[in-house]
Design a protein. Sequence first.
Length: 382
Amino acid sequence: MEFNTLAIHAIPNGPLGEVVPAIHLATTYGQPANEEFTDFVYQRGNNPTRNNAEKVVAALEGGRHGFVFGSGMAATAAVLSLLTSGQHVIASASVYGGTYRFLTNELPRRNQHYTFVNDLNTLTDADFRDTTRIVFIETPTNPTLEVADIRAIADKAHAHGALVVVDNTFLTPYLQNPLDLGADIVVHSATKFLGGHGDLLAGVVITNDDGLAEEIAFAQNTLGAGLSPSDCYRLIQGVKTLALRIERQEENTRALIDFLRARPEVAKIYYAGSKSEAEAEIQARQARGIGAVVSIELVEQADVERFLSALEIFTFAVSLGGVESLVCRSYTMTHESFSPEDAAEAGITPRLLRLAIGVEGVEDLKADLDRALRASVSGGGA
Ligand SMILES: *Cc1c(COP(=O)(O)O)cnc(C)c1O
């Protein structure tokens, strides 16, 4: 089935013919007899609504096993719980701030190790240790939208016996399918595009490997971070319009990139593939679009505060992927846990603003940015 058909029909109609699946809220289920259990015993382990959500996200990502969690970080934490004492992770230097916090704070407490690599495309044998278990990729990266070649990295990682985990939040399964490119595990913050309406905190893990699936299921039940049935329902409803939303968001994004390119107040513009021809080529080869996140660095004379306060449609807020356009300042918001050196290394300056483009009318978005850009260099209040 095509993507849109799966998004609507991966979960069949219910027993009453209902086109929207029922929400099963029960925490416990009556069992037929001593030592005879049904499929459903206790909600933390298994739940019909959660199974439906897991089925649809796995189908969209082209994976056999899906798991949904209470947040993207809970999903990432469950995947990193695959590590045993002494094992090592390689990650891109500009991973999501929460992932950075997990790697730098949580791994050392568990006698586990990490290395950040500035550009995973330059990964060499020397970066691997005997203990390297996971290479953690984000592509494009947040907030500078650098692109990593998933297949090339997967080949190197597999040659060293390491697993490849891809955080596919920014492109979603509609635009990129890492499992087809050699990744072993895909994670998503479903809080972003998959949910899409700014009202759901959720995470997803998908894999084709039966053994890894068993370990993730164990982590989901043991850590107790599975997504609640009502939120599973919201996720199921959200993904039905994923493709429609992304198509509109990407169309808006491309128009805004053209608009921003011509602006003297913008010193730099970042989007997936903008860094170099080589990255543009990788992006075109492994994905079906650039997504709906762009970052801009304002010129030195521009005042970031004035820019932000002149915006009327863009909301100054963290997060991305929803129907509403947002702007955030990574330096003080999403990447505040980065050390100043790591932030500089990742290109995250105080004048860098990340724009998450929504589905609004594009002329209104242009007018909003035009007003704010003018205000940023106007000297007076705007
Ligand atoms: C938001 C985000 C996360 C974390 O997800 P939560 O749902 O906020 O826990 C992880 N990775 C990326 C790329 C994100 O944007």
